[in-house]
Design a protein around this ligand. Structure first.
Ligand code: SAM
Length: 284
């Protein structure tokens, strides 16, 4: 079987199946052994691991994952790739490819036997909504680790600290739920076809415990989204506009939490957002 990282083979197999990569599905396939090796090493795969891959493409990463982990489930939205994946991965008994949109998959079902490791070279256009869906909604407990290749700008937003231009809702959602780090950056040269952007692999290590209870979190996310929707305004004005918090309530909020609400929301750290949300939750 030829190597799935050989550019010539990728071109040949796509052509034989009559396929052109779709830009709108972020179809830039990894053709570099070293990068695949670094991604699997970052996921610290063990025989007992069940890995979830989003977007197997032609299967180069999937194959490496299956050689190290116990089981791999891969979700692929593009039905055209299914016969090709049968050809490249069919001989692996520990791989299941499902024809599914990762933005609508039932992760509760996928993790019914225990938490998963998500390892993926994510299609650029779904990285942010997918992370929101996995971390912000009910699926956080389904994952013990996420190792994702994303656009470098997205990786910088995921890991940004308060005060900078990259710090926003995505940073807070990710860092509230997990320790986040950029593991390494990746040049466009290692893909076929070559994308116009630089990529980065991020690691998200979910926390066992979060700062807030599940029912307080809804308000936490509303506070964070409201504040960043008006990031140049003071926190006071942003909260008033987004959550219709009354003047009296805002005065009490500033007084009792000791947080200066004249500061711009974009300077608030996650503990401060959590403190504001808990206070408002307890008053409602
Ligand atoms: N894993 C392969 C690799 O590293 O070479 C391919 C990665 S490619 C960047 C992204 C893959 O995700 C493509 O195969 C694309 O068809 C698939 N994809 C795009 N949107 C998707 C979605 N919503 N759900 C599942 N797969 C998706």
């Amino acid at each position: 079987m030829p190597k799935l990282t050989s550019r010539a083979y990728v071109r040949e197999i796509l052509e034989r199946h009559g396929l052109q990569p779709y830009k709108k599905l972020g179809q830039n396939f990894l053709v570099d052994e070293n990068i695949l090796q670094k991604i699997t090493a970052a996921a610290d795969l063990q025989a007992g691991d069940h890995v979830l891959e989003v977007g197997p493409g032609i299967g180069a990463l999937t194959e490496k994952l299956a050689q190290k982990a116990g089981y791999v489930t891969a979700l692929e939205i593009d039905s055209r790739l299914l016969p090709l994946l049968q050809e490249t991965l069919g001989r692996y008994e520990n791989i299941t490819v499902l024809h599914q949109d990762a933005l609508h998959a039932d992760y509760g079902r996928l993790c019914s036997k225990g938490p998963l490791k998500l390892v993926a070279n994510l299609p650029y256009n779904i990285a942010t909504p997918l992370l929101y869906r996995l971390l912000k909604e009910e699926w956080r407990q389904c994952f013990k680790l996420l190792v994702c290749m994303v656009q470098k700008e997205v990786a910088e937003r995921i890991t940004a600290v308060p005060g900078g231009k990259d710090y926003g809702v995505l940073s807070v959602v990710c860092q509230y739920n997990a320790r986040a780090e950029i593991i390494f950056t990746v040049s466009g040269n290692v893909f076929y076809p070559r994308p116009e952007v630089t990529s980065a692999v991020v690691g998200l290590y979910p926390y066992q415990e979060t700062l807030l209870q599940r029912d307080e979190e809804k308000l936490f996310y509303r506070v964070v989204e409201g504040v960043f929707a008006q990031r140049r305004k003071t926190t006071l004005n942003a909260l008033q506009a987004a959550l219709q918090v009354s003047k009296e309530e805002l005065a009490a909020l500033g007084r009792e939490t000791g947080i200066d609400l004249q500061r711009r929301g974009e300077t608030m750290n996650i503990d401060e957002f959590a403190t504001l949300a808990r206070f408002l939750y307890n008053r409602r």
